[in-house]
Design a protein around this ligand. Structure first.
Ligand SMILES: Cc1ncc(COP(=O)(O)O)c(C=O)c1O
Length: 397
């Protein structure tokens, strides 16, 4: 057995089969490149679903970690620490909001936003007890908790996990009239991905996010933008809502906020929203820990320069220009913004991602027929071009 086969066998035997990974075993990584246990190099065109926006082991981030490891890593929120205040201040400022509630995984931050909307609905908006509803969209992906999968429309994510959490209404993504019809006086929030990532990098029709904003304002409901995958530079702007000049009431952030090093997530909103929480009403042992805050501060500082957004914008335009020239008999459609694309094929995407791996490029299918491309924003233009050359070869079969 090769080293790869030996390690894959261990994973197969002793790990739950809740993923279907490509048969590669990575041992090292730097920038946009990873190396497997047999010394083969691959260009990473997935970037851990946008968690590695700044590249593997970005030196600014690993340096921030090293400095923090020599000081303090965890105190819990029972005590304050010297990275916490600056982190929440700087992240709030990046978002143009007053307050941050830090968590760890993306799903935890989504849960936090849902709790925020309900609590705000009862205590500020005045919705009768237990009557609040939150609107979500078909094709959504917001995480894997019991409540979140309750409003999933993906049978793989949802089936066999009932009974489901009530209080959600799900309407077609991009359908303004359906949204308007679903909202009422008891609607406390609309949870929306500005671009649906897991569904296949679905960009909503132009004007949709603005309409969500207007309907939320008209109904007195919170517009909650899940920017966990779309935010922090991925689409060429800090937040994907910026493409429609929209400011949501609540941002949900994760993935890249942890610099590809550890899970760091947050809910960001103004004080009239996040101010509903009093001591003991929500929390997390690890949320806002010193190491997370040290990384998060560096991430915010890196985004402040606009350099990564600019890379995503210019390289993304180039990538989409090239993807647009792929043969129409193989590629049905290409969606996306910035360095983010869903390449919709006429046939199955898995064999293409397997062939790409053989050619030294890592990308992954989402659902059956979509190949998702989301390289680290630090990718060099020549490397990107090389990956796209390999894609052309892989598509031909
Ligand atoms: C838009 C969105 N929200 C939430 C999540 C859940 O994040 P996590 O896997 O960190 O719980 C994801 C993960 O893919 C996501 O894409």
């Amino acid at each position: 057995m090769t080293p790869t086969e030996k390690l894959r066998a261990l994973s197969e035997e002793h790990s739950a089969h809740n993923y279907h990974p490509l048969p590669i075993v990575i041992s090292d990584a730097e920038g946009a490149w990873v190396t497997d246990v047999e010394g083969r190099r691959y260009l990473d065109m997935l970037a851990a679903y946008s968690a590695v926006n700044f590249g593997h082991r970005n030196p600014r981030l690993t340096e921030a970690v090293r400095r923090q490891l020599d000081r303090v890593t965890l105190v819990s929120r029972a005590f304050d620490h010297d990275r916490f205040g600056p982190f929440v201040t700087e992240l709030a400022e990046l978002c143009g909001k007053d307050m941050v509630l830090p968590m760890n995984s993306g799903a935890e931050a989504v849960e936090t936003a849902l709790k925020t909307a309900r609590k705000w609905g009862y205590e500020v908006k005045g919705v009768p007890a237990d009557k609040a509803n939150i609107i979500t969209f078909e094709g959504n992906f917001h995480g894997r908790t019991t409540t979140i999968i309750s409003f999933s429309t993906d049978p793989d994510a949802r089936d066999s996990y009932g009974p489901y959490t009530p209080g959600f209404r799900t309407v077609p993504y991009g359908d303004v009239e359906a949204l308007r019809a679903a909202m009422d006086a008891e609607t406390v929030g609309v949870l929306v991905e500005p671009i649906q990532g897991e569904a296949g990098v679905n960009v909503p029709p132009s004007g949709f996010l603005r309409a969500v904003r207007e309907l939320c304002t008209a109904q007195g409901a919170l517009m909650i933008a899940d920017e966990i995958q779309s935010g922090l530079g991925r689409t060429g702007t800090t937040f994907a809502v910026e493409h429609e000049d929209v400011v949501p009431d609540v941002y949900i952030l994760g993935k890249a906020l942890g610099g590809g090093i550890m899970p760091v997530s947050a809910v960001v909103a103004d004080a009239d929203v996040l101010g509903v929480f009093k001591p003991g009403q929500h929390g997390s042992t690890f949320g806002g820990n010193p190491l997370a805050c040290a990384i998060g501060r560096e991430v915010v500082a890196m985004l402040r320069t606009g350099e990564f957004q600019e890379r995503s914008r210019t390289l993304g335009a180039h990538m989409h220009e090239r993807l647009g020239r792929l043969p129409g008999d193989i590629v049905r459609e290409v969606r996306g913004r910035g360095l983010w694309a869903g390449v919709e094929l006429h046939g199955k995407a898995r064999p293409v991602s397997e062939r790409l791996m053989g050619l030294g490029v890592l990308a992954k299918e989402t659902h059956d027929t979509t190949l998702r491309l989301a390289p680290p924003l630090v990718i060099e233009r020549a490397d990107l071009d090389w990956a796209l050359d390999q894609l052309e070869i892989a598509l031909k079969g």
